[in-house]
Design a protein around this ligand. Structure first.
Ligand SMILES: [Ca+2]
Ligand SMILES: [Ca+2]
Length: 610
């Protein structure tokens, strides 16, 4: 029959349940078996069930503090601590407010108070996470309605250094709950990593106002505290994400003694912003896709909630700097835009030809473009409303997480150089060759475009080679010769030199003037505003440098307009007798024209380097 078959099973089940819950009571007449209780509660008298002897009386009722706890107060007169049972039977209605056990700790006063209980615990492990929780109820003046929120503020705190001063800055407080009357506040908790073997926990009520005098009194009830080790969990994510969306995991939780992991909280932070945001709160999931922005760096951190055997819940501490960092990569094209004097140029547009990718240089001359990855060679160009562009850079590829740096030098608007970028072979230049050492144009290396000049090379004999070009300057403000060069291999200044000879023929140190001559005057000399002067400058750019270098020289005095003829002459000499090694110098982007300042300043959006 059905009932007789199921009853024994039910009986066994009940027996097992009873066994698990209370083996001692089941075999009261037998020798008691050691109860299987996982020790997780680190507090003494966490339920405030046991009390020290009375230390004074309030209105005839004994005042007592829960054993194992220390009372604290500050900022006002001392309130009274009382076993809620004593209050209920002597001063109250007989009802004992509590959330577990037989009683709770009361604090009461008619004056404002900041007070509570604290307990110092020893034997902890520095570096391990611990959580703390306590239940609280406050009643302002009277339990008769209405409730007056904002009058009594409840908090719990932990000092991971073990300090016993509730006002110390090392105390990590929970959020505050200032709701008046019921229900009990059961969601105040905090968590820290122990910094010492000793830790102190605090339960605090800030009662802001006087009650108005007995029988109106401001009551606090403290109960059901737990301090326990908390579960561990660590968020993990890729160091570099090649796409904006990537997976973040927090699937490695390890429960602390005395319970099981129930939920997770996860936060994220964008390093540009520096603020932690809640991503998940009390989720059961252990991974999720995160969608960031290219070029941003994100941090993540997780904490786990544990349900303990007494049904309390604690979470572990977050790591202040987060658990994991992910950089959302993708290609980056960046660099600077300069003028012929190496000053930053704002407002220049750098663009990847045939795509929509472009960026404008800022006041520091810097630009940044984040294109999609591309193995197809691309052409990158620069443009400016006033200044002239160098040739585009060709054959640029953008790997998945590659950073490409291109620094541009814009040419002056009145650049007089012919074929300064060697894009048309040697057109415009006169050559000085020596035996088989002949200046030639190569396609690699170049700084921009498809050609650069190569000067010098290995030879068993002494030689001097070079290229020259003459230009005419007309009222050119503070003219400058600008160029890029690259010694290969880089060497110290020795037998190899790049010598630049600049010859100016006709110089006016002032802007042109119109001579005013009385018609009756007799002229013994021709009228002229010019003075014919020849000046030769010899410059020696450093050769102990790696890679392409931008160099510029002024043709004459600063802040002066110049009219005349300039001959530029790039020359490399070599003498094997000095014993040096051969160096080849590559040359590109030669320009000669006005520099910034003077009457042209208004046209050039130039900013001094910070
Ligand atoms: Ca209790
Ligand atoms: Ca070139």
């Amino acid at each position: 029959m059905k009932p007789s078959r199921t009853l024994p099973h039910l009986g066994v089940l009940l027996l097992l349940v009873t066994l698990a819950q209370s083996p001692v009571s089941l075999w009261a007449s037998e020798p008691p078996a050691a109860p299987i209780v996982t020790q997780y509660q680190l507090l003494v008298n966490p339920g405030m069930e046991v009390y020290d002897p009375p230390y004074t009386q309030y209105r005839g009722a004994d005042c007592q503090v829960a054993s194992g706890w220390e009372p604290f107060w500050y900022g006002g007169p001392e309130p009274y601590w009382m076993d809620t049972r004593v209050f209920a039977s002597n001063l109250g209605t007989g009802w004992v407010e509590r959330i577990e056990g037989a009683t709770s700790q009361m604090i009461l006063a008619t004056e404002p108070y900041t007070a509570g209980l604290q307990q110092q615990v020893t034997g902890l492990t520095p570096g391990v996470g611990y959580g703390f929780h306590a239940a609280m109820l406050t009643i302002f003046e009277t339990s008769a309605p209405p409730a007056v929120d904002g009058t009594m503020v409840k908090e719990v705190g932990m000092d991971p250094t073990g300090g016993t001063d509730p006002q110390a800055s090392t105390v990590i407080w929970s959020e505050a709950d200032d709701h008046d009357e019921g229900p009990w506040s059961i969601d105040l908790r905090t968590a820290v990593y122990a910094e010492a073997p000793t830790m102190t926990v605090f339960i605090r009520v800030t009662s802001l106002y006087e009650s108005g005098g007995w029988p109106l009194v401001n009551l606090s009830f403290l109960d059901s505290a737990i301090l326990a080790e908390t579960p561990q969990v660590t968020a993990t994510s890729p160091v570099v994400a090649e796409e904006p969306a990537f997976i973040v995991n927090w699937d490695n939780a390890v429960a602390a003694p005395g319970g099981y992991v129930r939920w997770y909280d996860v936060q994220w932070l964008d390093e540009v912003e520096g603020v932690w945001h809640d991503w998940f709160v009390r989720t059961s999931e252990v991974e999720a896709p995160f969608v960031g922005e290219l070029g941003h760096t994100y941090r993540f951190r997780a904490r786990a909630w544990q349900r303990y055997d007494n049904n309390a819940h604690l979470y572990g501490p977050y790591r202040p700097d987060g658990d994991t960092v992910t950089w959302v990569g993708g290609p980056l094209l960046t660099g600077y835009v300069w003028n012929n004097e190496g000053l930053p140029v704002a407002g220049a547009t750098v663009a990847i030809s045939g795509t929509g990718y472009a960026a404008t240089s800022d006041h520091a001359g810097r630009y940044e473009i984040r294109p999609l990855p591309s193995t197809e060679p691309q052409t990158v160009s620069v443009n400016h409303p006033v200044l002239l562009s160098p040739a585009p850079v060709q054959g640029v590829t953008f790997g998945l997480t590659e950073t490409v740096s291109l620094t541009w030098t814009l040419r002056p608007a009145d650049d007089k150089t012919v074929n300064g970028g060697f894009e048309e072979g040697l057109a415009g230049w006169l050559l000085l060759a020596d035996q088989d050492i002949v200046p030639t144009v190569v396609s690699d290396p170049v700084h921009t475009g498809q050609g650069a000049l190569t000067l010098g090379g290995t030879a068993p004999f002494s030689y001097t080679v070079g290229v020259t070009q003459s230009t005419i300057l007309t009222d050119t403000w503070q003219p400058a010769l600008s160029f890029w060069y690259r010694p290969v291999p880089a060497g110290t200044d020795g037998p190899f030199n790049v010598i630049l000879t600049v010859v100016t023929r006709t110089i006016s140190t002032t802007l042109p003037v119109t001579p005013s001559v009385r018609s009756s005057a007799m002229l013994s000399e021709p009228i002229t505003t010019t003075l014919s002067v020849t000046t030769t400058h010899i410059f020696t750019p450093a050769l102990d440098v790696e890679g392409w270098q931008h160099q510029w020289y002024y043709l004459g005095p600063l802040d002066v307009a110049m009219t005349g003829t300039a001959t530029i002459f790039f020359r490399v000499s070599y003498d094997p007798a000095t014993g040096g090694a051969a160096t080849t110098v590559y040359l590109d982007e030669v320009s000669l024209g006005a520099s910034s300042g003077g009457p042209y300043q208004i046209y050039l959006p130039l900013i001094q380097k910070p």
